[in-house]
Write a new protein. Structure first.
Lengths: 319, 354, 387
């Protein structure tokens, strides 16, 4: 996935001379995860540059650069480190287009290595998506595979609206065969990764792989679960959620973020609002607990495991 | 001689025009008579409009309004030192600067009428950013914009206004540091008016604000913010530095907030009327008027004519403000996204009663 | 200049009222714009309110020391010639120059309806999943009367179906249902036979797609043309013998909640396909919501049933009263047909034509059906039907 993201940045910098890539350690050293490796050498330090440690300042500078017609691709080094920039993002990045009645737009991308599963230190495994999805004016995407990471990042950079790209760092080293292309599902569209009629499992980011694993196990027992990669958290593919619940009658949502007000709540609300008469069972949520993200030693007891996902699907199917 | 306000103590600010209207020795003003008249007239218009806005609020025509009486020279002097192409990122108290920069006051006041956030004027066309409420958050915007100007190799500068209170915010520090590191062609213009709502500057910060620049690695300047000539000069110099690629400047303009923080504030709860009366002795308009009259650049007849014109202008602005009604409901939905997601379209229909 | 009322403004961020501390003008005074009018005390401070108008102060609506709620009259201004005074109460004041914050009130938030429970007379809610509830509603089953066999005491789909059609507790037949049952009984007694034809619908599908209509109006138009050449299809058996009719009134068998209803499209032979389509829509809609006029229910001379709309391929429709022919149109779906000796996949359907054997014989109907099918199969012929 890192290579795909790197290629996406490279192609974007190549195609549009107004694209800038900046953040902490992204220039000379190519980023702590090497996502921006080689870009400064290729495009120069005017377009790909390191910044001081100033997340709020960096986000604010991106706003000012947007006033001048620049398209910033900002890296926040880790999920929790994006919080100092939260005010600039919520108060200005998200609102500037509306505030100026469309005269000043914010085509800014914030790339954030997000989610857990790497036995990281405190604050290095957060799921901040709810804060951003809840903020009108922002778009939020979370790829689950390398090829889709290329696609979503390219689309995000091209988008006239600001996009938060939450990259599942646990999947940074995953590989996928195929062509790097922007063709395919756009922002606002989910994709069905596995067909099935017994129950739909909705997920995104690093958990998608676990859902597919769970579906395989269930398939062995004759329970065919449909697996949907939501990939675009804002806007959500309401139509796909509705269609899947209509067709399978059952839904399980899987995410790392804590249960309360996680995306599971939104998917459940949509399923209920749009496909109430087709629900054969309550929508189940398999999520992180409502506690701060635990230390590495307990991570596996926090993150939705394949077993928890399988159990939830079974319960839902048996309801 | 009346005691100057508390927060003016410390290093002596640059002053060309003393409170009594006398010019400092060797001041060597290079401005033409027309420019000087413009300075005075703008300040007079600004003050009259500021008072009208307070009246409008008291009459229920504006929501909370933050006045700037006493700070006319700090805003007019600096705004006049900029060129048309330069960009300004204001806070919420810069109506005087907005007037000078050519922003339509009725559009600017839409913000305070509650009909639209930020003011519905076009920031790119007017080169004046949207009104910004969270203090200091506009400073990184200004720095970012200036960085972009440098990338585009434009010989222009960016100026951002903020107060003594804002200078405590993290965004100020981060922006100042970024400005230095990226040699941004930006002017960080602090109007130190002595008060951040009810907190006097002495409780806001210990060091003198202009000195911080040295810590970041660029020049800081202290100026008498009520001396329109001095403000104009230091801003012009900073603008030239910026546009010749010499990077940022921090200007601390010492001034005084004669009025309340806003119409929702009661300063009687935390400061003495005596202090305010003392501060009036340092009024920016009085000294400029006295000097220009003495110099023969303006006379009573001209001043009376200006008063009449200003009255008429302000009345027209009043009427323009009162005419403004609520915008159509759908405007809430029109500009949230470049292309609204389907869910938002449904909400729009619901909101419109469809 | 008319009277103008200045109401107590919202002086700060959600203020509800203010107390008049001191009037700075008196009734009868002429004041100018922004002249200090009154000192008002609020929770936050005492403020001086400047006059919003120039004019004569007619009435001061509150005395010093009394409170005025935001939005209530404070001062009435008027002409110099008008009577001054009038105490504290004014008539209905015209609206104040509206406060800037009085924008559209947001619509009240979405309130989800409360939980829908099918409570039994004793008041215990019934457990059932949404699809089960929907089924129960559709079948007219009161969930509280159904024995639940599902896990956790839940009523299941089977429970509902059993309750709907079970012999344990026969469901009261409604009046319309009984009438329909009696009529069908009589009609079934008529000697009737059904003939079947397969129709290659490729041309029909293309044709109707161009016109943007369903197959039904096209088939009816073609049927009218066929009846023109085979008028016996439009005849009826009567005591005195067989009566032929000139006008073609097509009964459209329509499925409704109350059972089968057959509204009539009168003078079908005089209507183009588009008109037929809209008339079909009208009567079908009215049939479903029970608003058919009596005139719409009588006079059928021939009947049509679009059984394909619920997936039926072929059938043996029962004759409608007053008619000798009922044509059922089966579902149009891909089929394996032999065309010019080759096996091809084509959209096709089966026409099931029941006829009154007292009026018609197999050969007559057979010839008529051949003509009908030929029309339906041929793009040129279809093109000659009135649009």
């Amino acid at each position: 996935m890192v290579a795909a993201l790197n290629a996406a940045l490279r192609d974007a910098l190549e195609e549009d001379p107004r694209v800038l890539v900046f953040g902490e350690d992204v220039g000379r050293s190519g980023g702590v995860f090497r996502v921006t490796d080689g870009l400064q050498a290729a495009f120069g330090s005017s377009r790909v540059f390191d910044t001081p440690i100033s997340e709020a300042g960096i986000a604010g500078a991106a706003v000012g650069l947007a006033f001048g017609g620049w398209r910033s691709v900002v890296e926040m080094q880790f999920d929790a480190f994006s919080y100092p920039a939260l005010e600039q993002i919520v108060d200005h990045v998200a609102k500037m287009r509306e505030r100026t009645r469309g005269r000043v737009d914010m085509p800014i991308v914030f790339r954030i290595p997000a989610f857990g599963g790497i036995k990281g230190k405190e604050h290095h495994g957060e799921s901040p998506e709810t804060f951003y999805v809840h903020t009108a004016g922002l778009k939020v995407v979370a790829p689950s595979t390398a090829l889709d990471a290329y696609r979503l990042l390219r689309l995000a950079i091209d988008d006239p609206d600001p996009v938060m790209v939450l990259e599942p760092k646990a999947r940074y080293w995953s590989k996928e065969d195929g062509e790097l292309t922007v063709e395919g599902p756009g922002i606002g569209v989910g994709r069905v990764l596995r067909e099935g009629d017994a129950c739909t499992v909705f997920s995104y980011g690093a958990m998608v792989a676990r859902c597919l694993e769970a579906a395989e196990l269930l398939g062995g027992d004759g329970v065919q679960a449909r697996v949907v990669d939501l990939r675009s958290l804002s806007p959500l593919d309401d139509g796909l959620i509705e269609g899947c619940v209509r067709e399978t009658g059952r839904a399980v949502v899987v995410h790392e973020a804590p249960r309360t007000l996680g995306l599971g709540a939104e998917v459940a609300a949509i399923a209920m609002e749009r496909a109430f008469d087709f629900l054969e069972a309550p929508v189940a949520r398999v999520t992180g607990w409502d506690v701060p993200y635990p230390p590495a030693a307990l991570e596996h007891r926090y993150l939705p495991s394949v077993q928890r996902i399988v159990a939830a699907v079974r319960r839902t199917v048996a309801y | 001689m009346t005691t100057p306000p508390e927060h003016w103590h410390g290093a002596a600010p640059l002053q060309l025009l003393a409170p009594d209207g006398s010019l400092a020795d060797g001041a060597d003003i290079e401005l033409g008579d027309d420019e000087l008249r413009a300075m005075l007239r703008w300040m007079m218009l600004a003050r009259r409009l500021d008072r009208e806005c307070i009246a409008l609020q008291r009459q229920g025509e504006l929501t909370v309004y933050p006045g700037f009486e006493g700070q006319e020279a700090a805003q007019v002097g600096s705004a006049l030192a900029l060129r048309p192409d330069d960009m300004v990122f204001p806070t919420f108290r810069e109506l005087a600067a907005a007037l000078v920069r050519g922003v339509d006051p009725v559009q600017y006041l839409a913000y305070h009428r509650g009909t639209w956030h930020g003011g519905p004027y076009d920031p790119r066309a007017t080169r004046f950013g949207p009104i910004c409420i969270p203090v200091a958050t506009q400073i990184p915007h200004a720095v970012g914009f200036a960085m972009g100007q440098r990338l585009d190799q434009r010989a222009a500068c960016t100026l951002t206004y903020f107060g003594d209170g804002s200078a405590s915010e993290g965004d100020f520090h981060e922006a100042a540091n970024l400005a230095a590191v990226f040699e941004a062609p930006v002017i960080l213009f602090c109007q130190n008016n002595g008060w951040a709502i009810s907190v006097p500057t002495a409780d806001q910060t210990v060091g003198e604000i202009w000195r911080r620049a040295e810590g970041y690695g660029f020049p800081g300047v202290r100026v008498d913010g009520n001396d329109v000539l001095a403000v104009h000069r230091v801003t012009k110099e900073a603008a030239e530095r910026a546009s010749s690629g010499d990077g940022p400047t921090l200007i601390e303009a010492l001034t005084y907030r004669i009025g309340a923080h806003s119409t929702a504030d009661d300063p009687g709860r935390y400061r003495d009327d005596d202090e305010v009366e003392s501060a009036r002795a340092f009024d920016p308009i009085a000294r400029m008027r006295a000097w220009l009259v003495a110099r023969g650049v303006v006379d009573d007849e001209l001043l009376a004519a200006w008063d009449e014109e200003i009255e008429a202008d302000v009345l027209a602005i009043r009427e323009g403000v009162i005419e403004q009604g609520a915008p159509p409901t759908e405007w809430m939905f029109d500009w949230t996204y470049a292309a609204p997601p389907p869910g938002l379209e449904q909400e729009r229909q619901e909101a419109l009663g469809g | 200049m008319a009277e103008r009322v200045f109401s107590m403004p919202d002086l700060g961020e959600g203020l509800e009222s203010g107390e008049v501390v001191a009037w700075l003008v008196a009734e009868g005074d002429t004041v100018v714009l922004n002249q200090p009018l009154v000192e008002v005390e609020t929770e936050k401070a005492t403020v001086e309110i400047p006059s919003p108008f120039g004019g004569v102060v007619m009435t001061l609506h509150a005395s010093e020391g009394s409170g005025v709620r935001v939005g209530e009259p404070l001062v009435t201004f008027g002409d110099a010639d008008r009577e001054v005074g009038g105490g504290g109460s004014a008539g209905q004041p015209p609206p104040n120059p509206s406060s800037a914050t009085a924008a559209d009130r947001p619509p009240s938030g979405d309130v989800l309806p409360g939980p829908v429970t099918s409570a039994s007379p004793s008041g215990t809610p019934v457990k059932a999943t949404p699809p089960v509830r929907r089924l129960a509603r559709g079948l007219g089953v009161d969930l509280s009367t159904v024995d639940a066999s599902g896990a956790g005491g839940r009523v299941t789909v089977d429970d509902v179906r059993a309750a709907a059609g079970g012999s344990r507790s026969p469901r009261e037949a409604s009046v319309p249902r009984r009438t329909i049952a009696e009529t069908l009984g009589r009609q079934a007694a008529i000697p009737q036979v059904t003939a079947f034809r397969t129709v290659d619908c490729e041309a029909l599908e293309a044709f109707r797609g161009e016109l943007g209509v369903s197959p039904l109006p096209v088939v009816i138009a073609a049927l009218c043309r066929t009846v023109g050449e085979h008028p016996m299809l439009n005849a009826a058996w009567a005591e005195e013998g067989v009566t032929t009719r000139d006008e073609i009134n097509v009964g459209i068998a329509t499925d409704t909640e109350r059972g089968l209803v057959v509204p009539v499209v009168h003078d079908a032979e005089g209507r183009g396909i588009a008109e037929l389509a809209s008339e079909i829509r009208r009567v079908a809609g009215a049939a479903r919501d029970g608003s058919l006029a009596p005139a719409d229910l009588v006079g059928a001379t021939i009947a049509v049933s679009n059984t394909g709309s619920y997936g039926s391929e072929a059938g043996t429709p029962i004759l409608s009263p007053g008619t000798s022919v009922t044509l059922a149109i089966g579902v149009i779906a891909p089929r394996a047909l032999v065309v010019d000796g080759e096996l091809v996949a084509r959209p096709a359907c089966t026409l099931s034509c029941t006829f009154d054997h007292r009026v018609l014989d197999g050969a007559t109907v057979g010839r008529a059906l051949t003509d009908l099918v030929t029309t339906l199969r041929d793009a040129d012929r279809l093109g000659t039907l009135a649009r």
